[in-house]
Design a protein around this ligand. Structure first.
Ligand SMILES: Nc1ncnc2c1ncn2[C@@H]1O[C@H](COP(=O)(O)OP(=O)(O)O)[C@@H](O)[C@H]1O
Ligand SMILES: [Mg+2]
Length: 607
């Protein structure tokens, strides 16, 4: 379990978590109040309709006269028209609140995500985050609008019908109402069970969803491992369990619904039995009572559905509010934000220009989720403008080093100094705006190549773009594409090969013109010929900048000012290429081994 999940694994919220969404509803309180008010009025009219029925029966039928018929029809039309009007407006308001709240919640979630650090995205899957931003917010939005609307309608109808009955015929009304405690009792009996099963269904559901996500995102891996069988079996087991539970819910609901029907028939029976004494001329009153007695059960039926819905939505609320409460591992202090601003209000005027001096002072570092220290008592001084190469086996701690330089993580103890001051004394944005970072797994945004390049520098001219592309030999990639710079790269740049993506992200980093350039195995996915081209480009662009190059192929770092050989989080050798070769140590053996490998593989490709 990641420490983010630990942050998330907390309580079930009281009152279905509604308290958490109240702040988002506040902005729409006026609209919601109008909505509820119109809803109440419309229920009021709903309650008047049986009175018309009563009048018609008592007057026109029993007394056999049509004298007031035109007025009756007019009144009825007015009432129905008014109801239509009220329903229209309350629904329109509910809809407006729903979409506006959806937007607010999504904006809030998205904005909050921007403030979270690198490590959050390392540890939470895209599917998980996506669900928080899209589906949780939409369920919450509909709860705040439609469920509130329905609650107004149903509950006011229940109360209203009781009041009207009491007013018309107290004795009979009291008799009919005796059914209600019985219904409440039944309700609480079923409710307990339903809540429990609903929770189980909900857990199964989230398991199924996550398996489903894995099935899709990992489809290629599943196919190559030929474990479709196992995946399908697991999935089928879960969906079967889900089916059973859902059947059980349906069964319980059916039972409840039937008992409600019985209760409502009982209410009717009471009306028939005790209402018999009502005079023949009052047959309308009698029929009106029957309408109310039946109508009364509808809100109860709704309530049971609403509670199931609240239970499911509660999860959405919990997850959403947890996301909103998740704190980033790396945060700027209030003083820093005060001076340097934050993501949404960067106070660039206060930013000092960055030279690019980097220094590790007695750094101990352990990943938030790791048990072991990756770096211990690590010291390193990188004067600005120097070109550092870092080599070492997989897992040695190379990426960790540059992650600390970029402040994607912070030292557990000790300091990373940028231009002589602790990186934490200035904002992340300040630092990141001066760092160009090319990763082994490059990411492009969906859109065109041009758009992607402009992320590096929104003001870049056509000339600068072409120059950057040329510098990294990416102009061929662009030339090959049908629409050149305006070709679509697909979601995450997936219409390009990894190597091509790398070239483009390289050009993007160059356009940003950063003081510090970090290349983490940036050329691992390009062929040797392209790598050579990029190598030449690197030599040009690292001039005058501080650069940290994690080299995949050692032949590419011969000219580095300093080569660091890292093993188990420690620098075991340092020096220039020739010095290290002469020393015949770890670097030497790494180099000769790779040299032989390359010689062999080029032998193969030559044939
Ligand atoms: N996000 C992470 N959480 C926990 N441990 C990590 C994380 N990233 C890397 N590590 C661990 O830190 C060590 C160094 O990893 P890394 O710096 O990525 O190595 P390199 O880049 O040299 O291959 C490894 O033992 C790895 O398991
Ligand atoms: Mg690495």
């Amino acid at each position: 379990m990641s420490h983010y999940e630990k942050q998330e694994e907390k309580r079930s919220l009281p009152f279905f978590g509604i308290g958490k969404i109240l702040p988002y509803m506040k902005k729409y309180s006026f609209m919601l109040i109008i909505m509820v008010f119109f809803g109440l009025l419309s229920t009021g009219i709903d309650l008047i309709v049986p009175q018309f029925q009563r009048y018609a029966l008592n007057h026109f039928i029993s007394l056999k006269t049509l004298d007031t018929l035109p007025w009756f029809i007019l009144g009825y039309l007015v009432i129905i028209g008014l109801m239509g009007f009220l329903n229209y407006f309350s629904c329109a308001y509910a809809m407006q609140t729903e979409v506006s709240m959806n937007r607010d919640l999504r904006d809030a979630a998205f904005n909050h995500l921007q403030t979270l650090s690198f490590s959050y995205f390392n540890q939470n899957s895209v599917g998980y985050i996506h669900a928080r931003v899209i589906s949780d917010t939409s369920r919450i939005g509909s709860l705040a609008s439609w469920t509130l609307m329905d609650a107004t309608w149903h509950m006011s109808y229940l109360v209203g019908s009781v009041v009207v009955m009491l007013m018309v015929n107290t004795k009979l009304a009291l008799l009919v109402i005796t059914i209600l405690p019985l219904v409440v009792l039944l309700f609480s009996l079923f409710q307990g069970k339903l809540i429990r099963i609903n929770r189980e269904v909900r857990e199964l559901n989230s398991k199924i969803t996550s398996n489903f996500n894995e099935g899709i995102t990992g489809a290629k891996t599943i196919k190559t491992l030929v474990i479709e069988d196992k995946m399908v079996n697991d999935f089928v087991n879960d969906t079967n369990a889900m089916r059973k539970k859902s059947m059980r819910v349906a069964h319980l609901r059916g039972m409840f619904s039937t008992t409600l029907n019985i209760a409502s028939s009982l209410a009717l029976a009471i009306v028939l039995w005790r209402g018999g004494y009502i005079a023949e001329s009052e047959v309308g009153t009698f029929s009106m009572f029957m309408s109310y007695a039946q109508g009364m059960m509808e809100p109860v039926r709704w309530l049971i559905d609403a509670i199931s819905e609240l239970i499911t939505t509660q999860v959405n609320i919990e997850r959403f509010s947890r996301l909103m409460e998740t704190k980033s591992d790396v945060m700027d202090s209030p003083e820093v934000i005060e001076k340097y601003g934050d993501t949404f209000d960067p106070k660039r005027e206060n930013w000092e220009p960055i030279k690019g001096d980097i220094e590790f002072c007695d750094v101990d570092f352990k990943y938030p989720d790791g048990d072991e220290y990756v770096l211990e008592n690590f010291n390193l001084k990188i004067p600005f403008g120097s070109n550092i190469a870092i080599v070492g086996e997989t897992g040695a701690g190379k990426s960790t080093l540059v992650n600390l330089v970029c402040r994607f993580f912070e030292p557990t103890r000790g300091q990373v100094l940028i231009d002589g001051r602790d990186a934490r004394e200035r904002s992340q944005l300040w630092l990141h705006s001066a760092i160009g970072y090319v990763l082994q797994t490059p990411h492009l945004f969906s859109g065109t190549i041009r758009e992607n390049l402009l992320y590096g520098n929104p003001n870049a001219t056509e000339e600068q773009i072409n120059e950057a592309l040329k510098l990294v030999s990416a102009e061929e990639v662009v030339a090959r594409m049908e629409k050149g710079l305006d070709s679509d790269v697909g979601e995450g740049g997936d219409m390009l090969s990894t190597g091509e993506k790398q070239l483009i992200s390289f050009a993007r980093a160059i356009l940003a013109d950063p003081r510090i350039l970090v290349l983490d195995e940036a050329t691992a996915s390009v062929d040797t010929i392209t790598e050579q081209k990029i190598q030449n480009a690197i030599e040009t662009i690292i001039n005058g900048r501080t650069s940290l190059v994690i080299a995949h192929r050692l032949s590419t770092i011969k000219n580095a000012d300093l080569i660091l050989v890292v093993k188990d989080g420690k620098i075991i050798e340092r020096g220039r290429h020739e010095e290290l070769l002469k020393a015949r140590g770890h670097y030497y053996s790494l180099y000769t081994r790779q040299y032989e490998d390359e010689a062999t593989s080029s032998l193969f490709t030559a044939q």
